[in-house]
Design a protein around this ligand. Structure first.
Ligand code: HEM
Length: 184
């Protein structure tokens, strides 16, 4: 399979920030866990920094779970260099294939309760993490940045902007939903 044209969107990181805020504000126990983790690692005398994120595994899991449920680019494309068979379908050479990343990341064969916000599914025992099969499964089930040679080159930048923005908001503000969902 070969490349296709892609115009990077400025909105990808901001979209992830907004979805993370939306999920945290609607899951107060998860919000509390993230804040506890930030407080225990960073303390209350300074703001969270990029270098702290490596020590915030639960918060990282929250970001991954948001990327899984709300990939800012829900589809990607590839052009087939050779004829091939995918899922029983014959794909002729030069065909442009649309790959629905969103559907793969909500596939019930890969995830239990695929539509639920469950950051815990990214917190696994080190024994499991070391298993080759597990690594392969996870690599191909989290596809929010694409995969292979044409995967997103801005993934570290995008993710790190989202991490810092959300972590700072969690650290500094108490969040709550007001009213009954109607305009307050
Ligand atoms: C959370 C933030 C972001 C997400 C979820 C995201 C997602 C993606 C996805 C799904 C692709 C297609 C990959 C594929 O087809 O395999 C892509 C490609 C790309 N992204 Fe991002 N992106 C993000 C942030 C960024 C940022 C911050 C930049 C630049 C500063 C960037 C630059 C690019 C470029 C240049 C490509 C095209 C790569 C190619 O075709 O070889 N992205 N991104």
């Amino acid at each position: 399979m070969r490349e296709r044209k892609y115009i990077p969107s400025e909105g990808t990181s901001s979209e992830i920030i907004l979805w993370t805020i939306a999920e945290l504000i609607n899951h107060t126990s998860i919000f509390d866990k993230v804040r506890d983790e930030i407080n225990s690692v960073v303390g209350s005398t300074r703001l969270v920094e990029k270098s702290d994120v490596a020590n915030l595994p639960y918060f990282q899991a929250v970001a991954k779970e948001t990327l899984r449920l709300y990939p800012p680019l829900p589809m990607t494309t590839r052009k087939c260099c050779h004829s091939c068979k995918i899922g029983g379908f014959e794909i002729p050479q030069e065909t442009m294939v649309l790959i629905k990343l969103y559907a793969i990341m909500r596939d019930p064969n890969l995830w239990s309760n695929p539509n639920e916000f469950q950051p815990e599914s990214f917190l696994v025992s080190s024994e499991k993490q070391e298993s080759k099969k597990y690594k392969q499964d996870k690599t191909f089930s989290i596809l929010s940045f694409g995969v292979g040679r044409r995967a997103c080159p801005g993934s570290n930048l995008g993710l790190s902007m989202a991490h810092i923005a959300v972590a700072t908001l969690v650290q500094c503000f108490d969040w709550k939903v007001v009213g009954d969902g109607e305009k307050a």
